[in-house]
Design a binder for this molecule. Structure first.
Ligand code: ZN
Length: 557
């Protein structure tokens, strides 16, 4: 790409161009912005260079020689990069036709080996990411061994764009994020707040069923507690602070501390354990503005957070319980998922004995459940091993959701104990765990996973009654009342509009069921049922349709 750009735009300066997770980019300094037409031209020139099959030739030169060479070419960004390399170092260059670049390699052998290429976008980027430096133009592209693979990827990008939760959030009137409020802070509109509430209610019920106690902690806690927890030393830059009555308070970025204080509010015996505290805990974290992304990365969000205090011997059973919980919840939403265990890193606290015991408890729990897992050696937190769960959505993207984290540090810092059967005070193991993670983020993932078409149990409007003419308006209202009385979220489109238009609009709003009532249906006390997925389903009694929808709500379909 850089060769093509140099070819087509004399006077352009090349800077750096790495491979990234999805494709590659190159930053250029040019006197005017590149247009979409320019990208097309560059792509064409790249295709010619591929056909011409220029070999890539590696040359090793001295630092001085490299500086002289790039100075002659007038590439002063390259000169700057080389001048920063250590004296006496051999520098590798790659040549391809008339193009020369500073590159560590390795490389494919020639341009002919490139299968298919597509330039995706152009964006501004400061030289070396520093806003005091000149603004460059970054061209992103992607390459695949074959045209078929490239087309498949481009279709995937289209599909991902169609499912973008920020766009659907606006179209379906679920939420908004506004400049006058501040970046990263979400306002839920009625339909979005409803879906979130349904998720939260589901979570509360499931936690109560599984022996968790629901607790609620305050949003502000005095700075002293954040000193004690270690957040002031290690997490301060991500926290917000405020002052109340001349004292500094930290706005909680995590829910752990209140839960520890509840545990410590009385003496605990081994007979009391395990204790499981669950909170739909809203936290604030000062994420950099550049990484904010709709619901997926916000500055305030609510976690389905729980802390389990147990004896080391109870750990394995607790992990089994949490993983079974996660498995059931993933099944409800139709997600497959992968599991990873992260083990002891080099810098860490706690004895070998407790690390081994905890890590084995995690492994044994997964083995007992027959859940396959990967091991990430040394990737655990300094205070304990953990399990991460990554779900796969409808178009194959992976998302981090559940985590189960053992913690040997906070029980020490807050002197958390229980009285064991031998009368001695001992440390319980503390587990931090989330099932969905951030409910907000999970909702964003769900919107993209379902492309906005929530299953019946989560759909803001589950059924819409549509009379064909005004003559059936009263009958439509009576059907609506029956549905509402049965607990179905229904509304009626009583406008004097063509039926086709009403259906089209309900499809756009992704209402699961449309109930059409004409003269015949009114006389027979029935309705014509239409599903957003399958189209016309036929004529049913009102009672049958109510039963069908209630069945779907009950079974979370
Ligand atoms: Zn926690």
């Amino acid at each position: 790409m850089a060769a093509a750009v140099q070819d087509l735009f004399p006077g352009v300066q090349v800077t750096i161009g790495p491979a990234i997770e999805k494709g590659f980019y190159y930053d250029f300094d040019y006197k005017r912005p590149f247009t979409p037409e320019d990208l097309e031209k560059i792509e064409k020139r790249m295709e010619e260079l591929i056909k011409e099959d220029h070999p890539f030739i590696r040359k090793e030169v001295s630092r001085e020689e490299a500086i002289t060479r790039f100075k002659e070419m007038g590439e002063h960004y390259k000169v700057e990069l080389i001048e920063e390399l250590p004296e006496g170092e051999t520098i590798s260059l790659y040549e391809s036709g008339p193009f020369v670049d500073l590159c560590r390699g390795p490389h494919i052998t020639s341009t002919g080996k490139i299968g298919a290429v597509k330039l995706l976008s152009v964006a501004g980027a400061y030289w070396r990411g520093d806003e005091r430096n000149p603004m460059l133009q970054r061209i992103y592209g992607i390459s695949f061994p074959s045209k078929e693979e490239l087309d498949e990827y481009l279709n995937f990008l289209e599909e991902a764009k169609r499912r973008d939760h920020r766009r659907l959030g606006r179209e379906l009137d679920l939420f908004s994020i506004r400049d006058e409020v501040g970046p990263g802070f979400v306002i839920y509109h009625p339909k979005g707040a409803l879906v979130r509430t349904l998720l939260e209610n589901y979570e509360k019920e499931e936690h109560l069923k599984r022996g968790y106690d629901i607790v609620i902690g305050p949003m502000l806690l005095k700075a002293g507690l954040w000193e004690q927890s270690g957040h002031m030393d290690h997490y301060r830059e991500f926290m917000y602070f405020t002052e109340v009555d001349d004292e500094i308070y930290g706005i909680k970025p995590m829910n752990c501390i209140s839960h520890i204080l509840i545990y410590k509010s009385r003496i605990r015996s081994y007979r009391d354990l395990p204790i499981r505290y669950f909170e739909l805990g809203t936290v604030h974290r000062h994420e950099k503005s550049g990484v904010l992304h709709g619901l997926l990365r916000a500055r305030a969000f609510t976690q389905d957070d729980a802390h389990i205090f147990c004896t080391p011997d109870q750990l394995q059973d607790e992990i089994v319980g949490v993983m079974e919980f996660i498995d059931e919840v993933m099944g409800v939403f139709g997600f497959s998922y992968e599991v990873e265990i992260s083990t002891r890193p080099e810098k860490s606290i706690g004895s070998d004995e407790i690390w081994d015991k905890a890590t084995n408890a995690l492994k044994d729990a997964l083995e007992k459940l027959g859940m396959p897992y990967d091991i990430c050696e040394g990737e655990g937190a300094f205070y304990g091993p953990k399990i991460d769960v990554k779900l796969t959505d409808a178009i194959g993207r992976k998302w981090q959701c559940g985590t189960v984290q053992c913690d040997f540090a906070l029980p020490e810092r807050f002197d958390v104990t229980y009285v064991d059967s031998d009368g001695e005070r001992k440390r319980p193991v503390m587990i931090h765990r989330v099932i969905l993670g951030s409910i907000d983020r999970f909702l964003g993932v769900l919107i993209e996973h379902y492309a906005g078409a929530f299953p019946t149990w989560l759909a803001p409007i589950q059924a819409r009654i549509m009379p064909i003419t005004d003559a059936q308006a009263e009958y439509a209202k009576s059907v609506l009342e029956k549905m509402k009385a049965a607990g179905i979220r229904a509304d009626a489109d009583l406008r004097n509009e063509k039926l086709n238009l009403k259906i089209r609009e309900a499809q756009v709003e992704k209402v699961p069921y449309m109930c059409i009532v004409g003269k015949r249906e009114m006389e027979a006390g029935t309705l014509s049922l239409r599903s957003r997925k399958e189209g016309d389903l036929g004529v049913f009694s009102v009672g049958d349709v109510v039963g069908r929808i209630l069945e779907e709500i009950e079974s979370k379909k």
